[in-house]
Design a binder for this molecule. Structure first.
Ligand code: NAI
Length: 426
């Protein structure tokens, strides 16, 4: 299957471009980190001669990162990393840029999704930027000949980093990749606050229902789960946490949430939000115990956390109850409502906008400086997964603090020496 860029697939590309550009400009007004980096990148063109291949959620904030990389001198080819998260108008606006080709389109089937990834790889990227590792996987599986000319890659999300670490452990990862997800300027803000705010906002807007007095079951108390639990609690919901990791279960307990197995939580929950990055977190045995009218939403990367095969098997009827809400009616009359087809709700629901702009400014600021680092210091990194160098993470934090007008203290020489020494006892 050969794919053209998005423009050729739209009825009115001009109107789409204008709307996409409007969304990008609004977002850019709230992205001081990308704005500061744009000044540097367009003056110095650190990415001159590079081809960046990207598979990410194509919406306004990502689009501003894509343009930043193009302003830095790169040719950029991009497609989506989820069949439902693309905003076609934004994709069209990107595709109109002379140094950017966008293949991303909302609602593509699996065949077209992977054909679009192939189309990006056809540009022969020298740098990859992924959200979920699909691009790295396709290059290693089908285009190993490109690996010699790839200087490195960046990975945006927890699931992608897990997959990359597994590949690295097997000795199969053949070029360096930065675990952008794991760096403080990303995880502590994007995963926690971004996912918390945007998952709850999207569920509320999609269903037009209140959080107050609902019992919200959060599966997984990692970074995303903490954010979801905290924001749900802030909306006056009762929060129940399910976990498989004892320390995280204890943390949730000590932070005031009810912790119980999913088997029990299934009986008390009104809203279920999965944030585990794992599969089969909610299955037949749980559906059997749920109350009529529950909402089931996933905020983890892949659509495998809520087992929809089991639910389809059990259902006697299935219909769209609202945009983005599929009701599964069971033989006893109970209706279980699945949001956004079980795909990550804050990006894949029809009205989803993804994380707040300010949060993505941080994540994408880290992405931009990591791409610059790979190009400028390629030789410093062996094949494998690498932590983001601390000075790059700090650079992004300092830009943000300056933009917010926040000043902070610095270590004195004496303090630095004290902190670095081991021989200052009592
Ligand atoms: P994390 O590793 O910090 O947390 C996941 C937690 O789930 C862990 O504590 C783990 O013990 C727990 N868990 C695993 N299997 C479980 C099970 N069967 N039942 C209950 N708990 C279970 O990961 P993080 O950063 O919170 O990311 C979670 C997922 O969210 C990943 O897939 C990641 O890619 C995705 N993500 C989604 C975002 C969004 O916009 N929706 C943003 C950032 C990450």
């Amino acid at each position: 299957m050969t794919r053209t860029s998005i423009t050729a697939r739209l009825d009115d590309p001009e109107a789409a471009r204008e709307e996409g550009r409007r969304k990008m400009e609004w977002a850019m007004q709230h992205m001081p980190i990308l704005e500061a980096l744009a000044e540097e990148f367009s003056a110095e063109e650190p990415l001159e001669g590079q081809v960046v291949g990207m598979a990410m959620h194509v919406e306004a904030k990502t689009a501003n990162l894509v343009e930043l990389l193009a302003e830095g001198g790169a040719e950029v080819a991009i497609t989506g990393c989820n069949p439902l998260s693309t905003h076609d108008d934004v994709s069209a606006a990107l595709d109109a840029h002379s140094h950017i080709t966008s293949y991303a389109e909302r609602g593509v089937d699996d065949e077209a999704y992977y054909a679009d990834i192939e189309a990006v790889i056809g540009h022969e990227p020298t740098v990859t930027v992924d959200d979920g590792m699909d691009m790295v996987a396709a290059i290693h599986e089908s285009h190993p000949d490109l690996i010699d000319t790839i200087v490195g890659g960046c990975e945006e999300t927890t699931t992608g980093v897990h997959r990359l670490r597994a590949m690295d452990a097997d000795g199969e990862l053949k070029y360096p990749v930065f675990a952008v997800n794991d760096t403080p300027m990303k995880t502590l803000f994007d995963n926690v606050h971004g996912t918390g705010e945007s998952a709850l906002a999207t569920i509320a807007m999609t269903t037009n229902l209140s959080w107050a007095s609902k019992t919200v079951v959060v599966a997984g108390y990692g970074y995303c789960g903490k954010g979801v639990a905290q924001k749900a609690s802030g909306q006056n919901a009762n929060v129940v946490v399910t976990e498989v990791e004892p320390r995280r279960a204890l943390e949730a307990h000590m932070e005031g949430y009810d912790v119980m197995p999913m088997r029990e939580a299934a009986e008390v929950g009104d809203v279920f939000i999965t944030t585990t990055g794992n599969r089969d977190v909610i299955t037949r045995e749980h559906f059997e115990r749920m109350r009529d009218g529950v909402l089931l939403a996933n905020a983890g990367h892949f659509d495998v956390e809520v087992n929809l095969d089991h639910l389809s098997d059990m259902a006697v009827d299935q219909y769209e109850a609202r945009d983005g809400v599929e009701a599964y009616e069971l033989a006893d009359g109970r209706r279980l409502n699945v949001l956004a087809e079980g795909r990550l709700v804050n990006l894949a629901a029809p009205i989803a906008l993804g994380h707040p702009v300010e949060v993505m400014d941080q994540s994408f600021g880290v992405q931009a400086v990591c791409v610059r680092e790979l190009v400028e210091n390629a030789d410093a990194y062996d094949p494998g997964v690498h932590d983001v160098p601390d000075e790059l993470d700090r650079e992004v934090a300092e830009i943000k603090l300056a933009a917010e007008g926040v000043e902070h203290d610095s270590l004195s020489d004496a303090q630095r020496e004290y902190m670095d020494s081991w021989d200052h006892g009592t």
